[in-house]
Design a protein around this ligand. Sequence first.
Ligand code: GTP
Ligand code: SPV
Ligand code: MN
Length: 615
Amino acid sequence: MPQGRWVAFQHGLRGIQGCSNGPTKTERILSTPAEQWVEEVARKTKPKQIVWCDGSERENERNVETLIEQGSTVRLNESTYPNCYLHRSNPNDVARTENVTFICSNRKEDAGTTNNWMAPGEAKEKIGKLFDGAMAGRTMYVVPYLMGPADSPITKAGIEVTDSPYVVASMRIMARIGNKALEKIGNTPDFVPGLHSLGDLSPDRRFIMHFPEEKLIWSIGSGYGGNALLGKKCFALRIASKMANEQGWLAEHMLILGLEDPSGKVTYMAAAFPSACGKTNLAMMVSALESSGYKVWTVGDDIAWMQIGPDGYLRAINPEAGFFGVAPGTNALSNPNVMDALRRNSIFTNTAMTAAREPWWEGIDGAVPSGLIDWQGRAATGTNGTAAQPNSRYTVPACQAPCISPLWQDPVGVPISAFIFGGRRARLAPLVYESFNWQHGVFVGATMASETTAANTGKTGVTRRDPMAMLPFCGYNMADYFRHWLDMGKKIPHPPKIFHVNWFRKGADGKFLWPGFGENARVLKWILERVEGKGKAEETPIGWVPTADALTLDGLKISPETMDELLRVDQSDWAKENEDTAQFFKKFGNDLPRELHHEHDQLGRRFGSTASAGS
Ligand code: GTP
Ligand code: SPV
Ligand code: MN
């Protein structure tokens, strides 16, 4: 197969080079399901040429040249940021667009009430038209990729066809692309096909379509992040969540970390926080308790695929190979590990750039440098909003992080002992609490809420329900997803304990009460102690909350009053929350598993009968 070569596309057929008396041209071209699909897509989109990506260095160099020629990408300072680039996206295309993201199941009920739905026939017709000739005059890149380490039984393959060299360069960091993926796919149909075109980048013709029964993805009109890097949200969450439901595993919007204790034992935890709510920072933190022997190792920062292992533990792999992280707020104090990692072989998208051609963003620390160029390539005057776009991001190979776990590519995955849910709640949720049991933990996850961020287009700072941080990413009916979680709890011999955290509680002055970042290790230490059957806790109506003396606070300047406020369970706030939950549950009608109604009733009852508990 001529993959890896720059093969001209002629008359709708891919030219075959260097083969003598083999099968006829047509037989060869139609020999594998992968080639057949690519051929079908090419007939529709009519590119001027097709490039099969092999993942090699040489190919990447050529791709980078193309990117730079196209004008929206520049090379950064070659001595301080070797092999790093800044890409400026279209200003109308800076975040995921949930409003134009669809689940195209045959039956509307199977998409549920939290997803946009379109009938597959209508979707193929309507969006298919936008793909007709969409790649005319452009190169079509075929990117075979693996989600997960090549030797893991949990790993799955995909093929993304795209007309964006930026997507190719990003996929190269975020997934394992090229020949190793093509080898795994071979002559089988075992890959998730994803068709992506920039189209004309008009928001009116932007659609992110998922066909969960066919396991197919179509994305047009956006070149940004989760809309365009199809291995990430589209495959590893929306399509994979459907596969996981069918096959009895979990595909979750979760970071994976290992917490090492002073004896050297590492306990693994997975945490689901909504977009831009602190997953990358938690996964990569430098622990405030490192000098007393508690260290954090990173396995993944955004997505976890988990199967029940032969040992009865839930085994998690990170299907990705890189981090696509929020730049603003990232600095040598908040995330020194990533600041170290992103100094080479990284792509910056929509950040600002200094006169020395180094990437810059708000919160990177220090004064605004003179000669700063903003994310749209203009002189940063301070009058055009922030210099870096609020959802500007870095794309960095995971292996470059100093904190990367030695087991991050382990084919069997790491055993998960704790699940942590969390979000941005200025009021209400205490710093940390533990659910009473799996079913109650599922209720805690299902009723998660968070203030919205710049990761999606739309209003920021509005509190919305985001069950398990999967609201934008569940590829099927969310009520069925809750059912799946409840069922999994019964199947896992050693299920993780389930916790909830909130780093974002604010005081009367509107400031965060908890310092966050590396100090979050103190909360992880308590979680570890609870997993081990230790750790002091007080029973409250919402779950087990640490007692005043349970958290290790040595070396942290925080007043006992602030700690009380952080751990407080406010009766009247929770009464209101319980009403909101009732409203939210109505969305699911009769589909909502009765266990969740039961947990909701129990919560109300516990507040009624233990009126003073914890408050
Ligand atoms: P996605 O990549 O969109 O999924 O985001 P994420 O969940 O990985 O969030 P990330 O770690 O990138 O953090 C998003 C924002 O939250 C950044 O601006 C961080 O500075 C801020 N943040 C992260 N952790 C903390 C914390 O512990 N406390 C506070 N106050 N802010 C935090
Ligand atoms: C998120 O929004 O959860 C992200 C960024 O991780 S994106 O890849 O754009 O979805
Ligand atoms: Mn994310």
